[in-house]
Design a protein around this ligand. Structure first.
Ligand SMILES: O=C(O)CCC(=O)C(=O)O
Ligand SMILES: [Fe+2]
Length: 215
């Protein structure tokens, strides 16, 4: 990990959202070791079962939720059962704390087997994340496009950026209130990708509407 590098790109998205991307934040060896760790026996992956407008929907991607023991998190009728931190994930979280000053206490892992698997438009704006969440997102494996679009077109035009293996993406400011993001299908992508979003849950035991209508 390279904690003191400058961002490769910065976007300021109105009114006061910010995105920073740090390419090659993880070296190829670190990426390889982390991939092996996450796809070994340490992590219990499962398919999410979301309640979307009264229907049960199971997107084909897989996910895992790692959090401090006291953290409760629920979205779209799904109470996520937290798995304990592994040494490797805790180490990443510590590096991110040195970089951004946010004491992350949870990480959501998403595994996309190939380019048919995707994540629909949403904002990470659940009440548990507090007012202006800082979210740090690490990408491994196949490069995929990531999209942002404003909730109100007065705030700008949609943005598409590639998330290369080993990159770190920071989302901060009021971004989650005014912009949505998605990981669109890319049918020509044959290889898997894993994404880790480090989050700080500030209040527990509240439900929220994340992914309501979104898969
Ligand atoms: O896979 C990604 O890069 C996006 C994940 C995401 O937006 C989320 O977990 O909320
Ligand atoms: Fe998200």
């Amino acid at each position: 990990m390279a904690p003191l590098i400058e961002p490769t790109e910065i976007w300021r998205l109105p009114p006061s959202g910010e995105i920073r991307r740090y390419d090659q934040w993880l070296s190829p060896t670190e990426q390889h070791d982390l991939w092996r760790h996450l796809t070994g026996t340490h992590i219990d992956w499962h398919q999410p079962l979301l309640h979307v407008f009264g229907r049960k929907v199971s997107p084909s991607r897989r996910e895992a939720w790692i959090a401090d023991p006291n953290i409760q998190y629920q979205y779209s009728g799904q109470r996520l059962k937290a798995q304990p931190w592994t040494t490797e994930l805790r180490q990443l979280s510590t590096h991110l704390f040195y970089m951004f000053g946010t004491p992350f206490n949870a990480v959501l892992l998403n595994h996309y087997a190939h380019g048919h698997e995707q994540m629909g438009w949403h904002s990470d704006n659940e009440p548990e994340l507090g007012r202006n969440p800082v979210i740090a997102s690490i990408s491994l494996g196949a490069q995929r496009d990531f999209r942002f679009r404003p909730k109100n077109s007065a705030h700008g035009a949609p943005i598409t950026m590639a998330l290369p293996a080993g990159s770190l993406l920071l989302m901060a400011g009021d971004l989650q209130h005014h912009w949505e993001h998605s990981l669109p299908q890319r049918r020509r992508v044959a290889l898997p990708r894993i994404n880790l979003t480090f989050r700080r849950i500030v209040e527990s035991n509240t439900s929220n509407d994340r992914f309501n209508g979104v898969t």
